[in-house]
Design a protein around this ligand. Structure first.
Ligand SMILES: Nc1ncnc2c1ncn2[C@@H]1O[C@H](COP(=O)(O)OP(=O)(O)OP(=O)(O)O)[C@@H](O)[C@H]1O
Ligand SMILES: [Mg+2]
Length: 248
């Protein structure tokens, strides 16, 4: 398999705090990988370093054979790294369909006017994205009227419509019910299988990770603490302890 993404010794210090500490992470094209770890262990900061929001204190990020370390956010995004934030960034006043149109046209470098006519090919592709996120029936609904879980799916759909090669999802099940969490795990697995997009998901919830059944990286105090499959991570006493806050 082809390595599409790699960090080497990526580090971020905020004053005296090392939020991300020499993280080496490698993804092959098509991987679906999870990052878990307790609050404040550096997961979101790692995404901020990958996507150019923060300049690393040390280390390098490679994507698709390019050194992208500290490149501007818009350049990294155009290169094909799409990101879903912890809090959904949807357009509440637009319909579900229109929300998908925005990144779809931005990706094609075409001007987009809400309400303007769409060629049937573009319409078809937007409907496919809606199908990927189980929102075909809500196409004409205003985004503000969606349930919390559906808003999270819509944002995943918006990231998909920007045609990323690597998709970063930061806690896609935050605030979801048990059923929504289960549906989201299925949805992400299906997207991974049908699109082949490389996906890196931050999650707290070990049950979600079990459903995804992917490779897991455990972060603790900014560093990689363990890597393995669900069985290995779940049976690791030290991992259990850091979640219970007893590890020293
Ligand atoms: N801009 C910043 N300035 C100073 N400290 C920061 C900044 N951003 C993050 N931190 C600190 O870096 C550490 C890691 O934060 P981060 O948000 O990456 O954690 P996280 O693993 O995503 O946590 P959570 O699970 O709660 O989302 C925390 O101690 C946080 O307070
Ligand atoms: Mg976070």
């Amino acid at each position: 398999m082809q390595c599409i993404f790699e960090t080497q010794g990526i580090t971020k210090q905020f004053g005296g705090l090392t939020a991300v500490d020499h993280v080496d992470l490698k993804l092959e094209a098509g991987d679906l990988q999870c990052i878990i770890g307790p609050n404040g262990c550096g997961k979101t900061t790692l995404f901020n370093l990958i996507t150019g929001y923060y300049r690393p204190s040390a280390g390098t990020v490679f994507f698709a054979d390019q050194d992208i370390t500290a490149k501007p956010v818009h350049v990294i995004s155009k290169l094909g790294i799409g990101r879903k934030f912890q809090i959904p960034g949807i357009f509440e006043q637009l319909t579900v369909y229109e929300n998908i149109r925005v990144p779809f046209f931005a990706n094609q470098r075409q001007p987009m006017f809400v309400g303007s006519r769409l060629d049937s090919d573009s319409h078809q592709k937007i409907m496919e994205h809606l199908s990927d996120i189980n929102l075909v029936d809500k196409a004409d609904e205003f985004a503000r009227n969606l349930a919390h879980g559906e808003k999270q799916w819509l944002e995943i759909g918006m990231v998909l419509a920007s045609k990323p090669r690597l998709m970063l999802l930061d806690e896609p099940t935050a605030g979801m019910t048990v059923m929504e969490t289960h549906q989201t795990a299925k949805l992400i697995q299906e997207i991974s299988k049908t699109t082949g997009i490389t996906i890196l998901v931050i999650e707290h919830d070990i049950r979600f990770v079990r459903e995804i059944a992917s490779r897991i990286t455990v972060m603790y105090k900014g560093a990689i603490f363990r890597e393995g499959n669900y069985q290995e991570i779940n049976s690791d006493e030290a991992v259990r302890e850091i979640y219970l806050g007893r590890h020293r």
